[in-house]
Design a protein around this ligand. Sequence first.
Ligand code: 5GP
Length: 121
Amino acid sequence: MTTYDDNNIFARILRGEIPHESIYENDYVLAFKDIAPLAPVHILVIPKGKYISVVDFGMKASTEESIAFWRAVPEIAAAQNLGEDGFRIIANTGFHGGQEVPHFHVHILGGECLGSILHRD
Ligand code: 5GP
């Protein structure tokens, strides 16, 4: 997909059309609990700007947006007490990457040992 879909679920969450369990918010970033958690801590971090994927974000985001996003990720992890034991971040990208929602997001997963490799279905 090359055009941002204004009706994707995360766009609707940003517009307040769908409820979410907020974890963190600033001018550029929103983080909320994943609706179907795959670990004791499973948080989605999204930019407020309209970016489809990490590629789109990496190529087009402003310096302010980029810094705000990548600072928020470790801040959120620390606030969730994941700093000491560690955690995993995932940015599924495109069809082969298994990306379901076409608004850039990073998954933060932690709270237990996640193993050394991802499973494939
Ligand atoms: P993706 O596969 O695109 O990387 O991940 C999308 C994630 O969004 C999935 O983990 C899914 O559980 C989560 N998700 C989908 N719809 C909603 C929703 O309405 N609310 C929340 N909080 N998470 C959602």
